[in-house]
Unconditional design. Structure first.
Length: 222
């Protein structure tokens, strides 16, 4: 199956390691709940690249239905493994399809959110202050938004049964982590964090042009 783009286990290991190390470098898990969310993200990544370059489990499980829907198509090739393009009847190289390009955009924005937010958070932690500038002036948890965008990018590019099942679990874990962290911030910063939370959305930014100045004004009087 190597000539068809599978059984490339060194690629599975390399790609998995790159994204797991990336996630570890920005999350720095400390508590048990941190390690659980990091472990779930790592499992998602390993499952993804195992099916992308190792063994196409989803294609194998759906082979009967896919064979009847697409007679004559060699399902066990890397290009056919891009299921959204296959199901939509995309005839060109799937790496240049609109969905694949959209997946790159999601991945890029996710990476930018995570890396940019980490710089602000790291500086705030060093000074023992509340992170409210940059992306934190728009949303309270830009890093979790970034991870969700990356997961969505991977799903657009190469959805599998396992990753589709794991995605809502990861989103739920990130949401719970965000709520727990907010309770800890209230204990640490008190009214100042409460005032910040009142004007700054948790995950979805407001489109108001005056939102950033409003956040600064509220925090000034907190």
């Amino acid at each position: 199956m190597n000539e068809q783009g599978y059984n490339l286990w060194p690629l599975v290991i390399l790609n998995s390691a790159v994204f797991i190390i990336f996630a570890f470098s920005f999350t720095k898990p400390k508590t048990a709940r941190d390690w659980r969310s990091f472990g779930a993200f790592s499992a998602f990544i390993v499952a993804l690249f195992t099916e992308m370059y190792g063994f196409p489990l989803t294609i194998y499980l759906l082979s009967g239905w896919l064979s009847s829907k697409f007679p004559g198509l060699n399902l066990y090739t890397h290009n056919a493994g891009h299921l959204p393009e296959t199901l939509l009847g995309w005839r060109g190289d799937p790496h240049f399809s609109p969905l694949h390009i959209a997946s790159y955009i999601f991945l890029a924005f996710g990476f930018i959110l995570i890396s940019s937010a980490w710089e602000k958070l790291y500086n705030a932690q060093k000074k023992h202050t509340l992170a409210t500038s940059g992306l934190y002036a728009k949303i309270r948890h830009p890093q979790y938004d970034g991870f969700v965008l990356m997961l969505l990018g991977f799903l657009l590019q190469w959805p599998t049964i396992l990753t589709l099942l794991m995605f809502p679990i990861l989103v739920t874990m990130y949401t719970r982590l965000a709520i727990i962290e907010e309770k800890e911030m209230v204990k640490e910063f008190g009214e100042k964090y409460c005032a910040y939370a009142k004007v700054t959305p948790r995950f979805i930014p407001k489109l108001s042009f005056f939102h950033k100045s409003q956040t600064r004004e509220v925090l000034k009087h907190a």
